[in-house]
Write a protein that binds this ligand. Structure first.
Ligand SMILES: [Mg+2]
Length: 267
């Protein structure tokens, strides 16, 4: 069991720590360094697989912390480069095998096709698509049937404990855990005194509301998030600038606030 830590920071990647277009996070480096100087934990959270996340986590320099992968369906332990078990994914694939073929054939999951086809579906390079296919906890795919057919397909999966979430491009199947479930379990493990969460999209809201301070990083590409439950209590900060520039500003703002609120020591 790790020692209780002072501060844990949970952060979404795409459009939050990492620029949506350039995929760069240089502007956030001063904030990352400031957190390291405080020995704060930095928990990356995204839709990436463990295989994709491990590479990025190493580059960002936070491999000593767990990361939340596959949109919260699972997590990657510190220093691991692959997930310890793909049992959840095997459960989902077995459930798919038990759906009647007339409905099953209307869903094309990442596990049904080649890396080249996943590259076509996602816009990733083939080599990156292969990493996106290394799934442990959830199965994204494309639906090609009607809405009533989709409802029947999802009902057949729900009977087997498989949940679904419809995103912009993909219908993702999982066993139902999300980013905030993983956040709760990481908080249980590390017992931080303070928590911060940063995100830019609706699927970050639960995480932002669960943190002591939630930071909504501006994303000019989508409508602003609605007022959050903890916003009136002053526990939400919204950045003016997008991506890593906004991320960096917010981290410095919160660190200043925590320092000011710290009880002065005597002696
Ligand atoms: Mg995002």
């Amino acid at each position: 069991m790790p020692d209780p830590c002072h501060l844990l920071v949970f952060t979404d990647l795409d459009g939050t720590l990492i620029d949506h277009d350039t995929y760069d996070w240089a502007a956030a480096k001063p904030g990352l360094n400031a957190l390291n100087a405080l020995s704060a934990g930095i928990i990356l959270a995204s839709s990436k697989t463990a295989a994709e996340m491990a590479i990025l986590r190493e580059k960002i320099g936070v491999a000593q912390w767990p990361a939340i992968v596959e949109n919260g369906a699972g997590f990657l332990p510190p220093f691991n480069t692959t997930c310890p078990s793909a049992a959840d994914y095997e459960t989902i694939r077995s459930a798919l095998d038990r759906v009647t073929p007339d409905l099953r054939q209307l869903f094309t999951g990442f596990g049904d096709v080649t890396a080249a086809q996943v590259a076509d579906m996602t816009g990733l390079l083939v080599r990156d698509a292969a990493l996106a296919q290394m799934r442990c906890f959830s199965e994204p795919g494309q639906w090609s049937g009607t809405v009533p057919q989709k409802n029947a397909f999802l009902a057949a999966l729900a009977e087997q404990g498989v949940r679904s979430q419809q995103g912009g491009r993909f219908l993702t199947l999982s066993l139902g855990r999300n980013k905030v479930d993983q956040m709760r379990s990481i908080i249980d493990t590390y017992q931080p005194r303070h928590t911060i969460a940063l995100g830019d999209a609706p699927n970050d809201i639960a995480m932002l509301e669960h943190a002591d301070i939630g930071i909504v990083v501006a994303n000019p590409a989508r409508p602003p998030l609605p007022p959050l439950k903890t916003e009136a209590a002053g526990r939400i900060i919204r950045t003016k600038e997008a991506g890593p520039v906004g991320w960096n500003w917010a981290i410095h703002t919160v660190i200043d606030r925590l320092e000011k609120n710290r009880t002065p020591t005597h002696g």
